[in-house]
Design a protein around this ligand. Sequence first.
Ligand SMILES: [Cu+2]
Length: 439
Amino acid sequence: MKLTRRNLLIGTGAGLVASGATGAFAQDAHVGHASPEAAPPPATRRGAGRVRTLNGWSLPHRMNGGVKEFHLVAEEFEHEFAPGSKAICWGYNGSTPGPTIEAVEGDRVRIYVTNRLREATTIHWHGLLLPSGMDGVGGLNQPQIQPGETFAYEFTLRQHGTHMYHPHADEMVQMAQGMMGLFIIHPREAEAVPVDRDYAFLLHNFALHPGTRRPDPAVMQDFDLWTFNSKVFPAIEPIVARTGERVRIRVGNLSMWNHPIHLHGVQFEVTGSDGGRWPRGQWRREVTEIVGVGQMRDIEFTAVAGDWAFHCHMSHHTMGPMGHDIPNTLGVDQSGVEEKIRRMLPGYMAMGETGMSEHQDHTDSGHMQGPENTLAMMAGKGPFGNIEMGGMFTVVKVRDDIAPGDFSDPGWYRNPAGTVASRVSSDPDFGAPVRRNAR
Ligand SMILES: [Cu+2]
């Protein structure tokens, strides 16, 4: 049965279900080969890229006779969505999403794909213009890559833009376990409007039911974890910039929902997609951009000092795990009921009467502890208290004094005096509040 917060809390869940193995997995990351020609940069978390992959990294390559060679290894490992929530996931080279592949328009690339899963896989290069036999649909374009085998894909990059890679074999399962990655092709010529900071991430969803350790591939709508690069708030890195810098954020969607991605504090321009950077006359000014399933969108803006929320606007997508089939208790007087249930189920808490913010992670006080390996519905502390978010949420942190290339978290914004909303000591002198339909 599906274990939800509700049936666990009211005692019908009959304890925790641990699906799959537990414990540490050897993280067996493979990042290319030693190169006699040009030693690849050390396989740091960040790798060799120009793009800042949120919480992720770019895959080093080696040159071999004018061809850029990469090596992806499909495998299983343990992944942490945020402290307190780990799962056995699938991905590439020890991470979900897999490392970002970066190359330049015109490059000849050869990508080795080794399958260390226990079932066949392939990789589809989503949005890339290439020969049919390199397109990666198992059975249609190529034989499946069986466990233990290595295949080579080779093609010339005839475009630039923000793209993705993902399996086209048992897609429902393999993508549900986290198999995906970014494939970013830089234009050959310098961009007419250059950017100072270039961020990228993929939107995804995982059905990691409370108390379990493997994502459930059968779920189609009611997911538990809504992720930027397989992380949830507050574990998603902030997007850091210096005041006045031009920032690009590339967002791709391999989840099962469309996501209206919303940025506070600025009007951004939508400047590109899988189709590359659009001609300037097509740039659109927006504050929310829907990134549809299977789509990419690039947004750009001039950074304005402050701490600015950046999130999906589907309100369930900025929440942690929840019971989707619970009755609506908003406004329901539960006094007395709580006591009665507590006699049968010690520690039971009636919830939802005044709202859901009691589902905040109050681990300091020991309040609202969920099942093992399960995040609270809301989390995160800011300079003014609980942020009450989860899932697809992070903060764009812009400061006047950030050095170029410094991506470290600058802490919370220090608001200039007199620029913070605050409690007033006496009622405003409006007389009776003006209300519609007042009698
Ligand atoms: Cu969303």
